[in-house]
Ligand binder design. Structure first.
Ligand SMILES: Nc1ncnc2c1ncn2[C@@H]1O[C@H](COP(=O)(O)OP(=O)(O)O)[C@@H](O)[C@H]1O
Ligand SMILES: [Mg+2]
Length: 411
């Protein structure tokens, strides 16, 4: 990508009403655009990062047998009436609207009802189970207060996975697998060492649900963390009884602020009961399907990563999700020519700062603000020795590579 051809521009100042560090940097660096409170657009850089986060999650969910689909965000009222959640007093974040042709519909806050209903078409026998279906889909929630840029928004992306099992045993095996997979995902996304499985309020079928909480000052949750054991308890279920249940000792727990990046639930028969989703078991007996649901918010995750992996100069993306791997700057006549040549070898890896109206100092500052992992400078001076200078964003380390060494790194 050539920066001279991109419509986005970096800015010196963030809007005054943005308080979180992640929102300020993402706006200033041109990753996102604010439409209104809690509603953002993903600009080319932001979209690339979000897509890469999605891809990491997709690979890991596919590896445990997930099958991807994409459902509509427009949801008919009936399934929600059946589950008892159409009522605004039960679910207070609805966006509802009317069809011109008559009738009401809701914009998806989540997809349990819709997918349970869909599965009635495909599940009839124990041989059909288990099913692990997931999607990356837009959710709409009429949150009272939007907060911290893309960390709490009114429209956001969710990876929602749903499991359909023939009984609790089959469910429990998968639930534990997902939990392990989540930790692997957060590892790959660069927040593994600060993300903890956290016991939180459950529902009717299990005492707890499991949240995945990342330590973060801009987070909205309070958790009590046992660092040694690597698990935590959400403040909402922090009681003497819970601690006893979990074998945790008060004096080993640290009170921390955290952001919920994922949440997994044992749903049991809640939705299969409400929508009558059944199968015939090995003995030909009609049984209810046992369900679970598993969410991660890739857009919130992006905000949390930006919040945590950044310094006073800007963002510091882990390589796997950075929009580009290299930020390439040519200096001097030969340097500029060579830089363009190197860019053309791997335009997907390289963001070429070929802006004619920007000074070198500004280019250096923008490379840091955007958080591209490796800055590459090709100047007449480095070229005299057949070299380029690279600088790691994370460590600040610089070194010279020969042109051959660098080109062999380009994919
Ligand atoms: N308003 C929001 N903005 C961005 N991401 C969200 C929002 N609400 C939820 N998420 C993401 O979706 C995941 C699953 O959400 P869920 O547990 O259903 O929401 P909640 O905890 O608000 O009831 C959360 O762990 C989080 O990553
Ligand atoms: Mg949750």
């Amino acid at each position: 990508m050539k920066l001279s051809q991109s419509f986005t521009k970096t800015t010196k100042n963030a809007p005054a009403d943005e308080v979180s560090r992640s929102a300020k940097y993402l706006l200033r660096a041109g990753y996102i655009y604010k439409e209104m409170a809690g509603v953002y657009d993903y600009l080319p850089l932001g979209m690339r990062t979000l897509d890469k986060i999605v891809q990491v999650i997709r690979e890991e969910i596919n590896a445990i047998g997930g099958e991807e689909l994409r459902m509509t965000s427009l949801q008919p009222k009936d399934a929600w009436v059946a589950s008892g959640r159409w009522d605004d007093k039960v679910l207070d974040v609805w966006f509802k609207t009317k069809l011109n042709a008559g009738g009401e519909l809701g914009l998806a806050t989540t997809h349990e009802e819709a997918l349970t209903h869909l599965m009635k078409t495909f599940i009839s026998s124990y041989k059909d189970l288990p099913i692990y279906a997931y999607q990356f889909q837009t959710k709409f929630r009429n949150e009272l207060r939007a907060k911290s840029g893309i960390m709490r928004t009114r429209e956001f992306l969710m990876k929602d996975l749903y499991s359909f099992s023939k009984n609790r045993e089959q469910h429990d095996l998968f639930y534990e697998k997902v939990s392990k997979t989540y930790l692997k995902i957060f590892d790959r996304l660069g927040i593994g060492d600060s993300t903890f499985r956290t016991f939180a309020s459950g529902g009717s079928f299990s005492k707890f649900s499991d949240e995945f909480q990342t330590l973060c000052d801009a987070g909205e949750d309070i958790i009590y963390l046992d660092r040694e054991k690597g698990i935590a308890v959400n403040e909402e279920v922090y009681t003497d009884e819970t601690l006893k249940d979990l074998g945790l000792d008060k004096k080993n727990l640290e009170k921390c602020k955290a952001a919920e990046v994922g949440n997994i639930f044992t749903l049991g028969y809640k939705y299969s009961d409400a929508l009558d989703l059944c199968f015939n078991d090995e003995d030909g007996k009609r049984q209810k399907v046992f369900m679970g649901s598993y969410g991660i918010g890739p857009s919130r995750v992006m905000g949390v990563i930006a919040e945590k992996l950044s310094d006073d100069k800007g963002l510091i993306w882990p390589e796997e999700i950075a929009p580009y791997k290299y930020y390439l700057i040519g200096i001097g006549e030969e340097g500029i020519k060579k830089a363009a040549e190197l860019h053309d070898m791997a335009p997907e890896d390289v963001l070429l700062d070929d802006r004619e109206n920007a000074r070198t100092g500004e280019k250096f500052a923008d490379a840091e603000l955007m958080g591209i992992p490796v800055r590459v400078v090709v100047s007449d001076k480095t070229l005299a020795d057949g070299k380029v200078e690279i600088k790691e964003r994370k460590t600040g380390e610089t070194k010279l590579l020969t042109l051959d060494e660098f080109t062999s790194k380009l994919s």
